[in-house]
Each structure stands twice: as structure tokens, then as C-alpha cells.
Design a protein around this ligand. Structure first.
Ligand code: CMC
Length: 432
């Protein structure tokens, strides 16, 4: 972003004739923005954009999305290249540090993450406080938030070194906590991390391994898992990332800040959609019922939406959905499985993409449309899908938080269009 904009935008109040020139700021790509920071001081008006449909809330050098073209770049690298030629640890390094690691940097980074994977033994006690049937996202909110109690005294959010240590700890411990949430739900003992395994393989080991048997995670499945992590690593200023930035802008503890991000991700309009897609496919059940559900999705009086379809930014294919669809084929082939839900999803996609309603509104499959089918084939229960999303997105959240803390803009404090009562006299209870 350039600091000295030459271009301006003139805004005139038609009633008073008052006008002001607002700077136009150019990014390195994408639409320029009108800088309204001084608008209130100059004209006494706020801008109004409740769902942030036309608001750039920060400047960021991490992730770029071109929603019309279906392009997603992390630090300038295309998601397709990262998914095919890189691995999740490299992507984590890239997001945190801005460049792909050299061989030595990668070895050191992997070793650092590996040596932070264990959680404090007292963390085990938090799990016991939850019902066995608690949703694992509820457990994640609680346990990740609880990490703040373990590191609060020696986490100085104004220290670059402390921020990096927090990032390493979070990236390292999320798989351990996620696997513990799974183990707790099925009544199996928690598995300790294994330092000889890579990030994704270690997660599969902690999730599906049992202490009574020694087993090795399938390297091809571990690679597929790693690819899924890459596809979820970051996604610009979405709801959970904005939540993380808002929570972090007060100077809050980073572990609590990430717990806020997890809470925001949980909803079905965001990360919870992967779980909702599978429930929807199960509910549809058979190809013969697709039209009935498409009709429901189009009905303005019905709140039902095709889950895994549509995106606030992508008005073309979500590039992650394309890779996810290919990965679904690969994983099912590898497992020697055929899931009728994959056939159903493909047919639903075909029908929706030919339907005027979806065409006109530019509604395409998003990252969540095919991910659930892969995760199910790998053996994850549906409730764990959003947990996996949260695990993989942690690097994005903490990198965005780190970027914000390196160049702070003060606390995020939006204003409002007030629609309540004007000041009125208080009425004592007997007179109401
Ligand atoms: N099924 C049917 N109609 C839809 C859908 C859908 N999935 N998505 C949007 N529409 C319609 C919507 O009803 C509206 O129609 P109209 O103009 O007639 O009122 C129009 O398309 C625009 O929708 P919107 O709600 O203004 O769009 P948005 O940008 O606010 O919402 C969204 C984006 C992702 C919340 C929405 O598309 C949706 O609810 N999709 C289903 C949930 C989902 O798959 N979420 C995962 C998103 S990607 C991963 C992530 O972010 O975590």
C-alpha cells in the first residue's frame, strides 16, 4: 500500500453542498479503497456497512483473493502450487514469515513445532469436565481458551519473540488438543504425540492410534490430510479471522484470541458448513430427491440453503473446492471405497450449476462441499470436521494476529446507526 496517495474521491452532501476529498489507496492487487478514516471529523458522518460487504478492515500482506477469477494466493503463491508442490509446514512458515523456508529454516521450524506438541498434563483435567457427548468444537473453545491460563504471565503481546513462541505453541498443540477431543468422545485413552512423525501423520496417529497396538499412519493418507490442512490455512479477512483481529486489538492473550476465532468458525455459514454438507447429503439420501432440495434452497420463504454452496467473495469456482474434489477421488480410490454421497454431491453440483437461480447469483461449490466426504472416508466422525478446519486455520489466525500486532492500529471499535429510543424520562415501577 502506498502512503502518499495522489488519487482522491470527492464526496458531496447533496443537502448542504458540503464536500470533502477522500484519499484513494491502491493495494498491490485488487480494488483500491477509499480511505474514510477522517470522514467523521470532516463531515460528521460515519459510513454504514453492517455485513462489511464493502469494507476493507485492515491492510494485510498475507492472502489475496480474486473472487471473480477464483484466485487464491498466499504471500503471492497460488494455492494450486502450494497444494501440489509444498507441504503444510512450509505453508505455515510462509504465512508467519512471508517467505518460503530454505532447507535449514524448514528443518528448524519443523523441529520447533514438533517439540511443542505436548500439552501440560493439567490440560487433561479440562476434558473430564465435559460431557462425553459434548460437541468437539465446544471442547476446542474451552480447552484452547484455557491455554491462556497456562501461559498468561509470560506472554507479552508486545514482544516479537513472545508472539512467535505463542504462534509455535498454538500450531503445535492444536492437533494434540483436537485428537484429545476425539479420544474423549469415544472413551479411548489420549495418545501422546510422536516426535518422529510429520505434522499430519502425527495427528492421524494421535487420533486413530491406540496405546495397545503400534501402528503407522498411512503415508498417502497423511499426505491427503496435509493437503487438506494447506487448503484451510488462511483465507483473508473472513468472519473468524476478523474476530481474531478484533479480539486481539485490545491486547488480549493470544490463546484466548484464538479461542474467539474458533467460536466464530463454528457456525454453519462459516467453518460449520462442512459438517452441514454431510448432514444435508444424508438428508437428501438419493439422487431422485435432489430437485426437491434445490427447490427448497431457491424458495425465498424457506431458510434452507445448499450447504457448501456460495461464498461472500468467490463469484466463480472456489479454487480450493476444485482441489478438494480431486482429493476426494484420490482418497476414496486409495481406501478402495465408494461413497454414494460423492455421487450425490457430484450430481447436486451439476444440477445446481445448470440452474438459473445459482447461475445468476454466481453460487459455486466452496471448500466445504467436498471436504466432508474425504474426512468421512478417512474415518472422522462428522462433528470433527470443523475441528479439523480450526486446526488448519490456526496458522492463518495467528499470522494475521501477528501481522496486526506488528503494526497496530489501536482497538477495533466500529460505530453504529442507532435505531433505538431517543432519551426518554424514567418511569417508576408502580406507574408502568
Ligand atoms: N443456497 C441457496 N441460496 C443461496 C446460497 C446457498 N448456499 N448462498 C447464497 N444464496 C442466495 C441468497 O439467498 C441470496 O439470494 P437473494 O439475492 O435472492 O436474496 C444470494 O444468494 C446472495 O446471498 P448472501 O446471503 O447475500 O451472500 P453472502 O455473501 O452473505 O453469504 C454464504 C455467503 C457463504 C454465507 C452463503 O453463500 C451461504 O450461506 N452458503 C451456505 C453455507 C456455506 O457453504 N458456508 C461455507 C462458506 S466457505 C467456507 C468458510 O467460509 O468457512
Amino acid at each position: 500500500m502506498t502512503d502518499a496517495p495522489q488519487k482522491t474521491f470527492t464526496l458531496t452532501n447533496d443537502q448542504t453542498g458540503e464536500s470533502t476529498k477522500l484519499p484513494i489507496l491502491d493495494g498491490n492487487d485488487g480494488p483500491s479503497v477509499i480511505d474514510v478514516r477522517r470522514l467523521y471529523g470532516q463531515l460528521g458522518h460515519f459510513t454504514y456497512d453492517p455485513g462489511f460487504r464493502a469494507t476493507g478492515s485492515c491492510d494485510s500482506a498475507l492472502t489475496y483473493i480474486d473472487g471473480e477469477q477464483g484466485i487464491l494466493l498466499h504471500r503471492g503463491y497460488a494455492i494450486e502450487d502450494l497444494a501440489a508442490r509444498s507441504d503444510y509446514m512450509e505453508v505455515c512458515y510462509l504465512l508467519l514469515h512471508g517467505e518460503l523456508p530454505t532447507g535449514d529454516q524448514k528443518t528448524l521450524f519443523e523441529s520447533t513445532i514438533t517439540h511443542h506438541t505436548m500439552v501440560h498434563d493439567q490440560i487433561n483435567n479440562f476434558f473430564r469436565g465435559f460431557r462425553r457427548d459434548a460437541h468437539p468444537m465446544a471442547i476446542m473453545c474451552g480447552v484452547v481458551g484455557a491455554l491462556s491460563a497456562f501461559y498468561h504471565d509470560h506472554t507479552d503481546v508486545n514482544s516479537a519473540e513472545d508472539r512467535l513462541i505463542s504462534a509455535h505453541r498454538l500450531i503445535a498443540k492444536m492437533p494434540t488438543i483436537a485428537a484429545m477431543a476425539y479420544k474423549y468422545s469415544c472413551g479411548q485413552p489420549f495418545m501422546y504425540p510422536r516426535n518422529d512423525l510429520g505434522y499430519a501423520a502425527n495427528f492421524l496417529h494421535m487420533t486413530f492410534g491406540v496405546p495397545a497396538e503400534s501402528s503407522e499412519p498411512d503415508p498417502i493418507l497423511a499426505r491427503a490430510m496435509d493437503k487438506i490442512f494447506i487448503l484451510h490455512a488462511d483465507h483473508e479477512q473472513n468472519a473468524s479471522t476478523s474476530t481474531v483481529r478484533i479480539a486481539g486489538s485490545s491486547g488480549a492473550n493470544p490463546y484466548a484470541v484464538i479461542a474467539a476465532g474458533i467460536a466464530s468458525l463454528w457456525g454453519p455459514a462459516h467453518g460449520g458448513a462442512n459438517e452441514a454438507v454431510l448432514s444435508m447429503l444424508d438428508e437428501i439420501g438419493d439422487k431422485s430427491r435432489i430437485n426437491e432440495f434445490v427447490k427448497k434452497a431457491k424458495d425465498p420463504d424457506d431458510s434452507f440453503r445448499l450447504m457448501g454452496f456460495g461464498h461472500r467473495v468467490y463469484k466463480n469456482f472456489d479454487p480450493r473446492a476444485k482441489i478438494m474434489k480431486e482429493t476426494a477421488d484420490e482418497v476414496l480410490d486409495l481406501m478402495g471405497m465408494s461413497d454414494p454421497r460423492l455421487e450425490l454431491a457430484r450430481e447436486l453440483e451439476r444440477i445446481a450449476l445448470e440452474d438459473d437461480y445459482f447461475v445468476q447469483r454466481k453460487l459455486y461449490p466452496n471448500v466445504d462441499f467436498y471436504s466432508g466426504i474425504i474426512l468421512k472416508a478417512m474415518g472422522f466422525p462428522t462433528e470433527m470436521f470443523t475441528v479439523l478446519f480450526a486446526m488448519a486455520r490456526t496458522v492463518g489466525w495467528i499470522s494475521q494476529w501477528k501481522e496486526m500486532m506488528e503494526n497496530p492500529d489501536g482497538i477495533f471499535r466500529p460505530r453504529q446507526l442507532y435505531t433505538g429510543h431517543k432519551h426518554r424520562p424514567f418511569v417508576d415501577l408502580p406507574k408502568r
